[in-house]
Design a protein around this ligand. Structure first.
Ligand SMILES: C[S@@+](CC[C@H](N)C(=O)[O-])C[C@H]1O[C@@H](n2cnc3c(N)ncnc32)[C@H](O)[C@@H]1O
Length: 248
C-alpha cells in the first residue's frame, strides 16, 4: 500500500513548521491539551510514539517520568529536528513508517500517535500491529483529523459564508465514501485517507481494544476571548482523539 512522505517536501515542511511555531496554533490550543489529558500516568512506563515529528511529545513523556520512549517517523527532516531539539538518553528516534511498526523491538506500556493516522491507508493493519506491540492492559492514545475534515476533497468550497464573510455552514459530501482524498496545503496533491467515525471505532473494538474515551475539542470561553475565530470549531471539530485499552 502507498506510503506518503510529504513532510520531506521542502515547501510543505517549511509551511508546516511556520504554522507550528505560530502562537495560538490549533495544536497548542486544542490537540495537545486533549492528547495529554487522555494519557495514563507515565511514571516508569515505556512509550512508543508513531509519527513523532519534531519529538516534542517524546521529550514531554520523559519529563512526565517515562523510562523509555521510542519515536518513529517516515520523514528524515522531521527526525532531524527531533534529534537536534528533543534528544534525551531515554529517547530513541527511528526512521520507520508506521506501517512497519512490527520492526520496532520489544513491547510497550503506551502507544501514542498524534495527527499521523489520516496519512495512513491501512488503518486496520496498523491497529492489529499496535495491539501486538502493547503489553497486556496497555493504553493506545491517538489523535487524527476529525472524519468531518477528512471527508473533504476540495471540489467544493469548504464553507458557505454570508455577505460579510461570516462562516455559516461547512460543506461536505460523500462522507460514506471512504478512502483517498487529495488536498492542497502549501503544496498540491497531499494524500489523506478518510474513514467514517464508525469504521475508526469498529476497527479498534474488532481488534481487541476497549474504547474508553473520545474527545472532539471545542474552544473554552478563555480561548474564544483571545482567538474569536476559533468559534469555527462549533460548526466542525477539526480533531478526533481516542483513548483505548488493550483488552486483557
Ligand atoms: C502533523 S505531523 C505531527 C507530528 C507530531 N506527532 C506532533 O503532533 O507534533 C504528522 C507526522 O506524521 C508523520 N507521518 C505521516 N505519515 C507517516 C507514516 N506513514 N509513517 C510514519 N510517519 C508518518 C509525518 O512525517 C509527520 O512527522
Amino acid at each position: 500500500m502507498a506510503k506518503q512522505n510529504i513532510f520531506d517536501n521542502e515547501t510543505f515542511f517549511e509551511g508546516y513548521k511556520t504554522i507550528r511555531d505560530k502562537e495560538g496554533n490549533a495544536n497548542d490550543l486544542f490537540e495537545i491539551p486533549a492528547l495529554f489529558s487522555l494519557l495514563p500516568n507515565l511514571e516508569n512506563k515505556s512509550i512508543l510514539d508513531l509519527g513523532c515529528g519534531f519529538g516534542e511529545h517524546c521529550a514531554k513523556f520523559v519529563e512526565k517520568g517515562a523510562l523509555k520512549v521510542v519515536g518513529i517517523d517516515i520523514s528524515e527532516k522531521m527526525l532531524e529536528v527531533a534529534r537536534k531539539e528533543n534528544s534525551n538518553p531515554a529517547i530513541t528516534y527511528l526512521h520507520l513508517p508506521i506501517e512497519d511498526v512490527e520492526k520496532v523491538e520489544g513491547k510497550f506500556d503506551v502507544v501514542i500517535s498524534s495527527l499521523a493516522f489520516h496519512y495512513v491507508e491501512d488503518f486496520d493493519g496498523v491497529v492489529k500491529k499496535i495491539y501486538e506491540k502493547l503489553n497486556e492492559g496497555g493504553s493506545f492514545v491517538f489523535s487524527q483529523e476529525n472524519p468531518i475534515n477528512t471527508t473533504y476533497c476540495g471540489d467544493i468550497p469548504r464553507w458557505t459564508k454570508d455577505e460579510n464573510g461570516k462562516k455559516l455552514y461547512v460543506n461536505f459530501a460523500n462522507y460514506a465514501v471512504e478512502g483517498e482524498r487529495e488536498s492542497e496545503w502549501f503544496v498540491e496533491g497531499i494524500k489523506k485517507y478518510h474513514r467514517m467515525f464508525s469504521t475508526i471505532i469498529n476497527t479498534l473494538t474488532e481488534n481487541g481494544f476497549i474504547v474508553e474515551k473520545l474527545i472532539e475539542p471545542t474552544p473554552t470561553d478563555d480561548i474564544l476571548q483571545k482567538f474569536p475565530n476559533q468559534d469555527d470549531l462549533f460548526h466542525k471539530p477539526d480533531f478526533l482523539l481516542v483513548r483505548a485499552k488493550k483488552n486483557m
